[in-house]
Design a protein around this ligand. Structure first.
Ligand code: NI
Length: 174
């Protein structure tokens, strides 16, 4: 397993729409293993393949708390087939938008169909944090970021902060 570089704002690749996976083979499983390792290392609770520059509809997630046993989840070609009218809000962050958080309202429940690690068809009824994470990650596959739900002012402000801290970091490295 390899830890990959996570792309951050304003990398235009993050805005690309990812393509469906055709074959769930060992190469794809290798990609998912690398994604999981990269996510744990970051650390984060969800990662879409596009965040490491691979435009495939693949998401990994692990919502286990620090003191709980690891619970890796893999979603290939995930598709929301139903969303509840009721909403819930979470303070969201994103590994591609480091150190920035905003309260985002999303459907409290959603049903998602997908293929699992072995390519089997699955369906999940998600609520709460899992529902929010799935919607956040599936957005990534469509080139959408959580800041897109904010006012232009708040969005521009976050982009500016991320770009500025990246420049400062580069200066230290150089
Ligand atoms: Ni994200």
């Amino acid at each position: 397993m390899t830890i990959k570089k996570i792309l951050t704002l304003p990398d235009p690749i993050l805005r690309k729409k990812s393509s469906n996976v055709v074959d769930v083979d060992n190469d794809l499983r290798q990609l998912m293993d690398d994604m999981l390792q990269t996510m744990y290392d970051a650390p984060g609770i969800g990662l879409a393949a596009i965040q490491i520059g691979v435009p495939k509809r693949v998401v990994v997630m692990d919502l286990a708390k620090n003191d709980e046993k690891k619970n890796p989840m893999y979603f290939i070609n995930p598709e929301i087939i139903w969303k509840s009218e009721e909403k819930s809000s979470y303070e969201e962050g994103c590994l591609s938008i480091p150190n920035q958080f905003a309260k985002i309202e999303r459907a409290e429940k959603c049903n998602v169909k997908y293929l699992d690690y072995n390519g089997n068809k699955k369906k999940i009824e998600a609520t709460g944090l899992l529902s929010t994470c799935l919607q956040h990650e599936i957005d990534h596959l469509n080139g959408i970021l959580f800041i897109d739900y904010l006012s232009k002012l708040k969005k521009d402000n976050i982009i500016k902060k991320v770009v500025k801290s990246k420049k400062e970091l580069e200066r230290v490295v150089v």
